[in-house]
Every structure is written in C-alpha cells, then in structure tokens.
Design a protein around this ligand. Structure first.
Ligand SMILES: [Fe+2]
Length: 472
C-alpha cells in the first residue's frame, strides 16, 4: 500500500526571507553605551532612573545607559550617584558604608562625597596626596516627587531641569512607578508614537483593556512646538467629539490622555493620565518610569486602584511581564508587543504602513537629533527654549458637536482637532489656573458656535468659509 501526501499549495517563502531575518538592527538609534551616537545624545538630557523609595540605608546598584552605578543617600539626606567601582582597588561600592556626607568603600575605607570627591583615605599616610589626584566618577541627582533624575552628559552641556506644567498642579496626586522590560529602549518609546495600536491591541485583539470607544479608528493630527510635539486622536462618540491629546517630546517624554475617560459629555482641557519617560538600562533592557496622575473626576467608573501603582507595577493592563504566560498569550498587552519584538528590533524586516507614520516620524526626528549632537551641535532643550514652566497639552477634551447635515464628518473631526489645538496653543503665555480658564473659555465658545448646525447663525457660516479656504 502506498501512502500519498498532498503537498500544501501556496508560495512558501521561508527560505527566501531568511536573508532578511539575519539583517542587523539599527545601532545608530538603539545603542546607548558610553561613546555611542545615541548614548551621547541621550546623555544631554535629565532623565529619571530610579524611584527614591528604592533607596534605603544601603547602597542601590543600578545600571543606566549601559553604565554600572551606585545610588545612595548619605546620612545628611543627599542622594549620590557614583560609578560602581571604588577608585582605589575597584571593589564594588554596592558593599559600601553609608555615612554622613558620603559613602565609604568597605575594602580600605576610601570615602566619597556625592560628587565623587575623595574625602578620606584612612589607610594612606597623612601626607599622601592621592585623594587630590584621584576621584570617582559621579553624576548629579535631582529628586522630585518620588523619582530620582540624573544628567550623565558633559558638565558644560548640562541643561536646566525641565519643569513641565503638570509637575505640580493643585488637586493632583502623583504616584511614581517603574517597570522594566527586557528589550531595547526604542521599542518601548515608539509604542507611544503609535496611536493605532490602541484600536487593535487594547481593544479589538481579545478584550477591551480600556473602554469600548477606543475601538473607533481615530483621526490623527500632529502639531509641532519648538520644545516638542503633540498629537490629537479624534473620535466621534454620538454627539461628542472626543479628543485624546498626547504630548511627545524627544528623547522619551510622553503625557497621554486620561486612562479611563468616559466620553459621555463635554469636558474641557482634562489633563494627562501619566507623565512618562523611557530610560535605557542598557542596549537590551529598559525601564518605563513615570508618575500616574490621580485627580477628582478622572476615573468616573472607578476602574482604577492607586495601590496598584508603584515599583514594578501600574494600574493599567499589560505593562509588565509578571502575568502568567498563557494569560499573556490570550490577552497580550503593551509589554508583550514591545518585548516580543526581540532584544533589539530589526527595522529591516518590518513593513511600515500608513498607521506607522508616528513611528516613522520619531525615528526620522531622533536620527536627525542624534546626528546633530554628533556634529557638535547642542541638543534641543525644552527648558532653554521655553524659559519657565513648560506648557504641555496631554489630556482629553470632549465637545458636544453633533454630526452636521451635509458635511463630511471625517473632515469635521479634522477641523475640530485643528481648532482645539489652536485654542490650546494660544494660551502658552499663561500658566496654571489662568491658562486652564482661558482654554476652557475658548473651547466652550467654539463648542457653542456649532450648536444648531452650521446653517444657523453667523459663527458656523464662518466655519464653512474657513473650511472652504483651508484656513483651519
Ligand atoms: Fe499601548
């Protein structure tokens, strides 16, 4: 008896595509160690690298941008961040002794100030000059609301610490969190520039990780500011036009819209759900480090639990690798998307489409910024471009603007997005409550101009004219 096997039909390209699978990653954008183009660029910015809760009465060994370091709080309260190995015989300072004014190596007692100055070399003869000749590498630390930030670039290029307008708002409880991922930083950072994955990964893939309204494909518009950019995700939910606005600033700062908004009525200039950075640990490990913002009214359905926010965890779905494997397979989240691209994603084997224009844009902009620093130029610093508290836009606005008879709704969403962005940006000269009130007034007036449809009253006609002339 002969057994016959039907050969599956189709064109199988496994062997052919192997060539692409062996393609190299893109080190100009991915590699972060000392002396690398991207590493040098990132070293021009203040970046958070630890939660201050992690630092107790012992030194904390950390790795940032491929450098092994020790973070400690000397007994006077100041945080120090120094190279891991003692400048004397290279014993690791993770075994050091914390004292008033600094950290002392356990091996021969050399003591270091937070800036790496050698304070004492007790085993050396009194006349020894070794402590004035040697020193330990150290980086400055700024501590703010539970996060420790450092600047690891050349001292002469150190920018002022950028203070964004969301860092200290009345009625806002900010809770820090930090989650590690075993992959390159760019994969994590790019996820924030990809508004379309929300529609699929978070909503349609298996279950709704946020709210049903996210399933609607948003209209996306990008807006540039001298110190960064933001984009609007605009959707219609019944009579409501819902704008979810995300701040995106290189190298890795993001402020998204709210996490659990309910677009069932007007909301004017709601603020962001998080302020988040992506800090490389090394080339294949990355931390997401952020504050979650909790304000009255941000979570009308009571979906969140602020006790879920902290070291290694946050209150929204799929941000870490701590879930059972089968659950991750059945219901993957952001972590599974970026970590499963591999330790370093290979761009040559991707096929970018229309929905990837944010990703393409950020890679292009990042590459240009890295090359500028390589060419000896200064990195763009928000704190220098905008002198003072830096205005940001992230958050939600919901306007009651029903679909207009005889008008293309997709065009209307785009028009509204541009007008709302214009109203936001027109208040950049103001701060705090004054700015919020100004923006709210602008949004309310604009919303009111649409009531009754464009055929009724002067304001909507004006919109028609502007729409035709392309002014909006
Ligand atoms: Fe996501």
């Amino acid at each position: 008896m002969t057994t016959e096997f039907a050969i599956p039909s189709g064109r199988f390209r496994g062997h052919e595509r192997q060539q692409v699978w062996t393609a190299e990653p893109d080190p100009e954008l991915t590699d972060v160690g000392p002396g690398t183009p991207c590493g040098e660029y990132l070293r021009r910015y203040w970046m958070p690298f630890a939660m201050t809760d992690q630092v107790g009465d012992l030194p904390l060994r950390v790795r940032v941008l491929g450098e092994d370091l020790v973070l400690f709080r000397e007994k006077g309260g100041t945080l120090g961040l120094v190279h891991l190995h003692c400048a004397h015989r290279n014993m690791s300072l993770e075994f050091g002794i914390i004292e008033e004014g600094g950290i002392r190596c356990s091996y021969h007692g050399w003591k270091y100030a937070p800036d790496g100055t050698i304070l004492e070399t007790p085993c050396e003869p009194p006349a020894s000059q070794i402590k004035t000749k040697a020193c330990l590498g150290a980086y400055p630390v700024i501590e703010f609301k539970g996060l420790a930030f450092t600047y690891m670039g050349p001292q002469e290029s150190m920018p002022p610490f950028p203070v964004f307008d969301t860092f200290d708002e009345e009625g806002d409880e900010m809770i820090p969190y930090l989650i590690n991922s075993p992959c390159n930083w760019l994969q994590v950072m790019e996820n924030a520039w990809d508004p379309f994955h929300v529609v699929y990964l978070h909503t349609k893939a298996v279950r709704t990780q946020f709210i049903d309204a996210f399933a609607e494909l948003p209209a996306i518009e990008f807006f540039e500011r001298p110190y960064g950019s933001f984009y609007t995700n605009t959707r219609r939910v019944g009579d409501i036009i819902w704008l979810r606005i995300h701040d995106k600033m290189l190298p890795s700062f993001t402020q998204n819209g709210g996490h659990f908004p309910v677009p069932d009525g007007p909301r004017y200039f709601g603020r962001c759900g998080l302020s988040r950075w992506v800090t490389p640990i090394d080339d294949t490990n990355t931390m997401v480090i952020a504050w979650r913002h909790f304000r009255e009214g941000d979570d009308p359905q009571g979906l969140t639990d602020r006790n879920e926010v902290g070291y290694g965890k946050t209150d929204f779905y799929g941000q870490g690798g701590d879930r059972p494997y089968e659950q991750r397979q059945r219901d993957p989240g952001d972590y599974d998307a970026w970590a499963s691209q591999g330790p370093k994603n290979v761009h040559a084997r991707e096929n970018l489409g229309f929905t990837d224009r944010g990703v393409a844009k950020v890679r292009r902009t990042l590459r240009a910024a890295i090359r500028a620093v390589q060419a000896g130029e200064d990195a763009a610093q928000p704190a220098l471009i905008f002198n003072g508290t830096i205005p940001t836009y992230g958050g939600d606005t919901m306007l009651r603007i029903p679909a207009q008879e005889g008008h293309d709704d997709a065009a209307l969403l785009k028009e509204v997005a541009h007008k709302v962005a214009e109203i936001y940006m027109s208040a950049d000269h103001l701060q705090g409550k004054e700015r919020a009130a100004f923006i709210r007034r602008g949004l309310e007036d604009y919303e009111a101009s649409w009531q009754g449809g464009p055929q009724m009253g002067a304001a909507p006609q004006e919109h028609d004219q502007q729409r035709q002339s392309g002014a909006l």
